[in-house]
Design a protein around this ligand. Structure first.
Ligand code: ZN
Length: 494
């Protein structure tokens, strides 16, 4: 058996355990009765250890070494490269440190939930302090050139650095601050008609209908209700979306479009790479660019509502007939708020900037966790003009730090910025995309993404893929141009 075949066989085995974990995670969020939690946690713990041991085993190393020596084709070389990176990331950290972090993160997460509920930062502070210390240790083991943050963020976005993120934020910060202040002067947009009593079942059916019209294959996926929307998959032919339903009618539609964007990327990864390390989206930031495209660039366009206005009124007869224009604008309201997950497309990056700057300072030892609430509030005042009354609404709102995930947040902003950069290229190729969207003709748009992005799976490094698709590295120009012209239009600014 050739080295590449041996490596593929090993990946199928490792993937089987990984998929079992993913199915358990999906089931826990969608179907599992509360009483199943304890046994499930034990099972997940056992399988996670098994997964890690299989990945770092001599068997994997031998197969990989052989594949690296023998691989000649571009795809085989890429496969070996991606497995090497996974293996390196998994072996650079001593297992003692991995175990210590996992234990601490589980405890910190529990404490964080209590502390957030009680608005008691002092309760969470020592745990956060320990997690930051562990992240600093991790950075030492992973290695970096300039900033310990580089090592941490590279785990989520290959090749990313603190300086690179800084440059991205420097490019968008002031123009966004200016745009937000102009929008605030223009006054609010009416969107109260979206709030009402909309049956969950009707929301689920309507959203699912729209998702399928985008080109999401129902024989290869499904949508279920869960407390938080997410996308997971066990094969390119089995992609699961979740959604939640509330009193704001289009909230589930946009969550659905977002997760479907992730799902389309996964469903259209080449089937011959299924269950190997080349399958599926290449990185968090690139993945997020696709969810943001379907959610914001397509879903929050006037042409989308030209198409979708009739169907949503048929599905929800109680919705007043406000007209396409009012519907479009109501779904594009911009308002500085305290909570990241509820933020609109324009203010979203400001929330991320706050977290990125604080993370960098904590990891570099420039910001002590005892001073975090004050630093957080100061940045909100500076970037969004508002300050939270409580730490629960402030520095304790996100789940990420309680799990020791530092370096993750900037990938959200990368998704926003990159979505417009790729879309600009799509528009150059396809011409009048508004006409396509207004007819609900999403085929040419999906085909373009399949050809340019999805069919490459994880074959190229994210930076290479961006260069290849857009002809330049990640930059703020297309994002700023797109978002400025759209929201100037929505708010009637000159
Ligand atoms: Zn996402």
């Amino acid at each position: 058996m050739s080295g590449v075949e041996q490596l593929k066989g090993r990946m199928y085995e490792i993937n089987a355990v990984g998929s079992a974990l993913a199915i358990m995670g999906w089931d826990q969020q969608t179907n599992m009765p509360a009483g199943g939690a304890e046994a499930r946690a034990e099972q997940v713990g056992i399988l996670s250890t098994m997964y890690h041991e299989m990945l770092v085993s001599d068997e994997t190393k031998t197969a990989l070494g052989k594949a690296e020596a023998e691989a000649t084709g571009e795809d085989d070389k890429a496969m070996a490269r991606v497995v090497r990176r996974e293996l390196d990331l998994a072996t650079k950290l001593p297992s003692e440190l991995v175990g210590r972090k996992a234990l601490l993160a589980t405890q910190a997460h529990e404490i964080w939930m209590k502390a957030r509920k009680a608005n008691d930062y002092a309760m969470f502070r020592p745990h956060l302090g320990e997690l930051v210390e562990i992240c600093r240790e991790e950075a030492q083991h992973l290695g970096y050139k300039d900033h310990p943050y580089d090592a941490l963020t590279d785990q989520y976005e290959e090749g990313a650095t603190a300086a690179g993120w800084q440059a991205m934020f420097d490019g968008v910060r002031q123009p966004l601050v200016n745009l937000i202040s102009e929008i605030q002067e223009a006054g609010p947009i009416e969107n109260g008609f979206l709030t009402g009593t909309w049956p969950d079942q009707a929301q689920a059916e309507f959203t699912w209908d729209v998702i399928r019209k985008l080109g999401f294959r129902e024989e290869n996926g499904r949508q279920d209700a869960a407390p938080h929307p997410f996308c997971t998959n066990f094969s390119v032919n089995d992609v699961r979306l979740t959604n939640r339903f509330n009193e704001v009618l289009t909230s589930s539609l946009y969550s659905g479009l977002h997760e479907a964007g992730h799902g389309l990327y996964e469903q259209n990864s080449p089937v011959e790479w299924d269950r190997t390390s080349l399958a599926g989206g290449v990185s968090l930031g690139v993945h997020e660019s696709q969810s943001r495209t379907w959610e914001n660039i397509i879903g929050r366009s006037r042409s989308f509502w030209e198409w979708c206005y009739g169907p949503i009124r048929s599905a929800f007869p109680a919705l007043p007939d406000v007209g396409v224009d009012a519907m479009f604008k109501a779904n594009c309201t911009v308002e500085p708020s305290l909570i990241r997950v509820e933020a609109d497309e324009v203010t979203y990056n400001m929330h991320i900037m706050v977290r990125f700057e604080l993370e960098c300072d904590m990891v570099a030892g420039k910001l002590d966790v005892k001073d975090l609430p004050e630093a957080w509030n100061e940045k909100y005042r500076q970037y969004l003009g508002i300050v939270p009354d409580t730490d629960s609404m402030g520095c304790m709102q996100d789940v990420h730090w309680s799990g020791g995930s530092i370096g993750y947040f900037p990938t959200y902003s990368m998704g926003n910025v990159l979505s417009y950069q790729i879309w600009a290229c799509l528009q150059r190729d396809l011409g009048d995309t508004d006409a396509l969207i207004a007819r609900g003709d999403f085929g040419p748009i999906l085909d373009w993404f399949v050809e340019e992005v999805y069919r490459h799976g994880s074959k190229y490094k994210p930076t290479e893929l961006i260069q290849q698709v857009t002809g330049k590295p990640l930059g703020p120009e297309d994002y700023l141009a797109g978002i400025t012209s759209k929201y100037r239009g929505v708010y009637g600014l000159s």
